[in-house]
Ligand binder design. Structure first.
Ligand SMILES: Cc1cc2nc3c(=O)[nH]c(=O)nc-3n(C[C@H](O)[C@H](O)[C@H](O)COP(=O)(O)O)c2cc1C
Length: 264
């Protein structure tokens, strides 16, 4: 059996019926302060061993109600005593080992989970005239209401990434239920790229292109950016807001765009 210690969780006993092995597995994050990490189960014997209280084992074991298990534990403690692995208080010495890192999560499983997170759809846009740029984004969220702040996550390989993140001012145009075509256009799915996708429905507001027909639009100044994995997390402070017509929200769920319309 082994006791597993992980941050923010109660100690867990694994393999309770295996009396031939006994150790304490500690998440690497907790290895710097083993005395605190192991306090719930015993005291440190030296740098690499803990004196584990038998009571703690009984409290953690899913088999503690089983008479056979209790006898097995007594036998294990008796054998440990013969080897000198118990102390005067009857505590059992256990070796501390770092818990192996989690196996990597399969990218397919991650994508599958994220597809099930229903979100709205926006076009993030920046620049002026022939230098306008924009891309469809569902990774958009509110960060703070006072002051009003938002964030978007932009793939660094997207053609518009450098233009938006370098602009200083950008807009987030929240698409309405009927704007699937706009979403596809700015996702590069209609064979058109660059500034020629901005038609007369795009206005210049406070230094960024704003889609007049969007459900709502926010103009933001870039407050911070942070490279994370393949994306840049761009945090913006909202300096202007515009509301358009409310015909419901365009939703991104399970790999498809859907119309979210409800009676008000
Ligand atoms: C519904 C939907 C949501 C998207 N969300 C994001 C997103 O949050 N972040 C991102 O970087 N790309 C997102 N994309 C992909 C970009 O829109 C797309 O890769 C990019 O704009 C392609 O443009 P480009 O041809 O200018 O590179 C999304 C695409 C769709 C269809």
């Amino acid at each position: 059996m082994r006791i597993v210690l992980t941050p923010g969780a109660l100690p867990r006993l694994e393999g309770a019926a295996d009396f031939k092995r006994f150790s304490v597995a500690v998440d690497p994050i907790l290895m710097d302060d083993l005395a605190t990490a192991t306090a719930a189960i015993g005291d440190m014997a030296d740098e690499a061993h803990v004196w584990v209280r038998p009571d703690a084992l009984r409290a953690l074991s899913p088999l503690a109600g089983d008479a056979g298990w209790r006898t097995g534990l007594e036998t294990m403690i008796g054998l440990a005593a013969k080897h000198g692995w118990t102390n005067a208080r009857g505590e059992i010495r256990a070796h501390v080992e770092p818990l192996a890192a989690h196996p990597p999560v399969e990218v397919g499983a991650f994508r599958d989970a994220m597809r099930r997170f229903a979100s709205g759809v926006c076009i993030v846009a920046a620049g002026q005239g022939a230098a306008r740029c924009g891309m469809t984004v569902s990774a958009f969220t509110s960060v703070s209401a006072e002051p009003p702040m938002i964030l978007v996550c932009l793939n660094r390989s997207a053609a518009s990434h450098d233009c938006v993140t370098g602009a200083g001012t950008f807009s987030v145009n929240i698409l309405s239920a009927s704007q699937e075509e706009q979403a596809m256009l700015f996702a590069g799915q209609r064979g058109r790229h660059g500034a020629d996708r901005f038609d007369a429905d795009w206005l210049d507001l406070s230094g960024a292109p704003v889609l007049r027909t969007a459900h709502h639009a926010l103009v933001c100044t870039a407050e911070a950016q942070h490279a994370s994995g393949s994306h840049t997390v761009l945090i913006g402070r909202v300096i202007a807001a515009r509301s358009g017509e409310d015909d419901g929200a365009l939703l991104n769920y399970n790999g498809a765009l859907r119309q979210g319309t409800w009676a008000a």
